[in-house]
Design a protein around this ligand. Structure first.
Ligand code: HEC
Ligand code: HEC
Length: 472
């Protein structure tokens, strides 16, 4: 898993780079021309789903047995609560702390959806850690996980390691390498920059630049997009900069303890043909509460006049134009747009994942894709950085909260999206974990600005559009 890189330290990073310089001569094998992206296989969604859940792909992050003792490294107040809690209540606290989601058929808080038993008493992270969420308390594989807190988990794992080595877990340095946190807020991940770190560590000259100029790594939290929108897209990610291929889904299927990722990826490629198909077949969940159908019908007409030119129409079929809107016009947070540098893209384009140039990444990104809105009620918070908790906020620029904190499982069916408490500023003196639970739109990369297009509508018209969005 690429974020494992964060578990190591400076000197290890440097050593990694030196080793890679020595090893790169051995890294020259060329696969046959891709031709058939599916390798002649019949893609099978069921196999893809099973593989994500059950086939370990990353390295071990912790021992399963430690699930019952990791609470010993929590902050005092939480530790004291856990100590006296019954064991199933303690498990529930564990899930809530790290933003883990129960597997669809599990009511016991056994193994989280996003982690796989490696068959040797350990857990490895899987795609559902970020791509399997819960909405109003109900698990939905394929929804972005908007509860995840990898940073708290990362720090706890380091403390647990210290505890196991007989050290004081609260006295160790838990600063991540290059100071790249896995997330600034609970509910999102710095996944794109975590990926950029791999480019950095494989290119010693870039690492040296980054050491001198740490700002080159632009941190920014993102929400994983709902997989039920992916089938409508021809290119992937919020800026549409990547082709849609089985290999493009593989960056996170990586074991940082093995140097030769490309060989490992080749071995996994058939599995990713099925995972690709699974993602193509994920369907959007239906809105489970009441809908005012006549208001929604009015909203549909307004949507088709005001929104469909960018977002497409959503009748029986989704008719999705895949338009990229220039950043100057959309005005949402710009950090993501420049986070992956041109040299990084060029370097990637020559490698296996881009089929040695045959399925290249775009070298420049100019703006963000207006995404399909099927299942939009279930993918709050909104925008690529998850900065706006409700659809009402998306439609009303002036009413977006500056700082907000969600409840664990509450759903706001009036504003449509997360149930939140709002603040003018982040309250002072919070522990790092509690600070992360307050989404701060004044923080770099987390702006809730932009998307002014609904402003042409009156408040009544907006209510109708929101009602219509529930039906998608
Ligand atoms: C650490 C969190 C994380 C993990 C783990 C992760 N992803 Fe993602 N994924 C993201 C984020 C964030 C994005 C959005 C990136 C962007 O738009 O720039 C994303 C985007 C995607 C997309 C593009 C979807 C679209 O509609 O554009 C696909 C496909 C995808 N991931 C597949 C996978 C697969 C398959 C795995 C497991 C092998 C995986 N991801 C593991 C966080 C993650
Ligand atoms: C000029 C093009 C354009 C128009 C017109 C437009 N949008 Fe958007 N919309 C976008 C883009 C681009 C994004 C992605 C912004 C981002 O994530 O930073 C977006 C994002 C959204 C989102 C959040 C999607 C998500 O997955 O988080 C919603 C909801 C939305 N728009 C609704 C509407 C509605 C309703 C209208 C009409 C009243 C509308 N939009 C009009 C371009 C447009």
């Amino acid at each position: 898993m690429s974020h494992d890189v964060l578990y190591c330290h400076w000197n290890q990073l440097l050593m990694v780079c030196c080793l890679l310089v020595l090893c790169c001569v051995a890294n020259a094998s060329e696969p046959a021309s891709p031709g058939d992206l599916f390798l002649g296989l019949t893609p099978d969604a069921r196999q893809g789903y099973e593989a994500i859940l059950n086939r370990p792909m990353g390295r071990r992050v912790m021992a399963i047995a430690d699930l019952d003792r990791i609470w010993q490294v929590w902050e005092e107040e939480e530790r004291e609560k856990a100590e006296v809690a019954a064991s199933d209540e303690r498990r529930r606290m564990l899930f809530e702390r790290y933003g883990w989601v129960q597997r669809p058929d599990d009511d016991t808080f056994d193994l989280p959806l996003g982690y796989t038993d490696d068959g040797q008493g350990g857990l490895t992270i899987n795609c559902f850690a970020c791509h399997g969420g819960k909405v109003a308390g109900k698990t939905i594989p394929g929804a972005g996980n908007t509860h995840i807190d990898l940073e708290t988990f990362r720090v706890d794992l380091l403390r647990l390691r210290a505890l196991n080595a007989g050290k004081d877990p609260f006295e160790i340095d838990t600063t991540p390498p290059l100071n790249v946190q896995t997330n600034y807020h609970k509910g999102s991940t710095n996944a794109v920059v975590i990926e950029v770190l791999n480019y950095v560590r494989l290119n010693p000259e870039v690492l040296l630049q980054v050491l001198v100029q740490p700002d080159m790594l632009q941190h920014h939290d993102m929400n994983a997009p709902a997989w039920w929108t992916t089938k409508h897209k021809e290119r992937l990610y919020i800026d549409g900069f990547a082709p849609k291929t089985p290999r493009q889904n593989m960056p996170f299927a990586r074991n940082t303890e093995q140097w030769d990722w490309e060989a490992r990826w080749q071995a996994l490629e058939p599995t990713f043909v099925h995972i690709f198909q699974y993602i193509e077949e994920v369907t959007a969940p239906e809105y489970p509460w009441e809908i005012d159908r006549s208001l929604a019908a009015r909203g549909q007409r307004l949507f088709e006049q005001t929104c469909a030119e960018c977002h497409g129409t959503h009748d029986e079929e989704v008719n999705f134009p895949g338009r990229i809107i220039p950043i100057s016009e959309i005005g949402t947070d710009p950090v993501r747009l420049t986070a992956v540098s041109r040299p990084n893209r060029e370097w990637n384009n020559n490698r296996w994942m881009q089929y040695h140039g045959e399925q290249p990444l775009d070298l420049e990104s100019t703006g963000y894709v207006a995404p399909p809105l099927n299942g939009i009620w279930a993918s709050a918070p909104y925008f690529h950085n998850g900065s706006v908790p409700t659809l009402w906020g998306v439609l009303n620029q002036q009413e977006r909260p500056v700082v907000w904190k969600r409840t664990e499982d509450g759903y706001d069916s009036t504003k449509v999206g997360l149930e939140v408490k709002t603040f003018d500023a982040v309250p002072p003196d919070l522990s790092p974990r509690h600070r992360r639970m307050h989404y701060d739109t004044t923080h770099t990369g987390n702006s809730a600005a932009g998307h002014p297009f609904p402003d042409v509508l009156s408040a009544d018209e907006k209510r109708a559009v929101v009602e219509y969005l529930k039906t998608l």
